[in-house]
Design a protein around this ligand. Sequence first.
Ligand SMILES: [Zn+2]
Ligand SMILES: [Zn+2]
Length: 338
Amino acid sequence: MRGAVLYGPRDVRFEERDTPKILKPSDAIIRTSATCVCGSDLWPYRGIQPIAQPTPMGHEYCGIVEEVGSAVRSIKPGQFVIGSFFASDNTCPNCNHGYQSSCQHREFVGDAQAPFLRVPLADSTLVSTPDNPPASMVPNLLAVSDVMGTGWFAASAANVKPGSTVAVVGDGAVGLLGVLSAKQVGAERIIAMSRHESRQKLAREFGATDLVTERGDEGVARIMELTRGIGVDSVLECVGTQESMMQAIQSTRRGGYVGYVGVPHGVELDGEKLFFAHVHLHGGPAPVRHYLPELIDLVWKGLINPGKVFDLTLPLDQVAEGYRAMDERRAIKTLLRP
Ligand SMILES: [Zn+2]
Ligand SMILES: [Zn+2]
């Protein structure tokens, strides 16, 4: 088979790779129906997170089960399934607390930009849909594999509740789906921080009530203006830079919550500033597996359409263009069809 391999900064190749095989009895092989490029793939793509050797890419996937190992019980060939970027056992203490992305037996699933994919711990990692979905639903289900689950976790970590006032820092796919998540949970006011017209439009469609185009200290000042100098109840931090993190902390009211899901790059928090900010901080890699059943159900019932973040669809062999379009911010998120 052929799949995506990153060689170095801005050098993604679509090339021959070994077709994955069952390695452990608990594995499954799936035939990917759709996969995509993640905002976090852009860190190594841009050379900000260096790679040691040519690296297969992709961690967001859904598809049809092709084959299962001898120990797999509930997942069966022919089922349509969705999984997260961390395989998990769903039974260890961390999983039981709802943190499957910190599973004691977690394994990263990192080579999904390919027609076939091996998923470890298949029974506890994959969740099947009630039936084979119509083609139009596949982008929504794919979004649940990471960005929707991550936006949902951001809203949960930021303690968004019915009636909350929320700000979302970051207008990538995760930030936009953070807006959707806050809306779904019942937030009353949702301030999206975005300066790009197409993203602002989608943020509005997903439920944003206000838009703030300023960033950094100016962005904080604008949030304070909008909230009579108090700050918001909940901030979803969906970027991972020093500026975005400080923007999030300083926009939060005293006693409020920051849910941070942007993978931090060079973020250093000043203890004294943190001490006097009086905010709750909670974040990390989203335990998407924890939310899969609930989010699949919302998609299945047509209550959410997170697949709208995919504004570019390409055949998998054009994966390099998919990265370029996101890198140059011509696309919010690229869906790839094997
Ligand atoms: Zn991702
Ligand atoms: Zn576990």
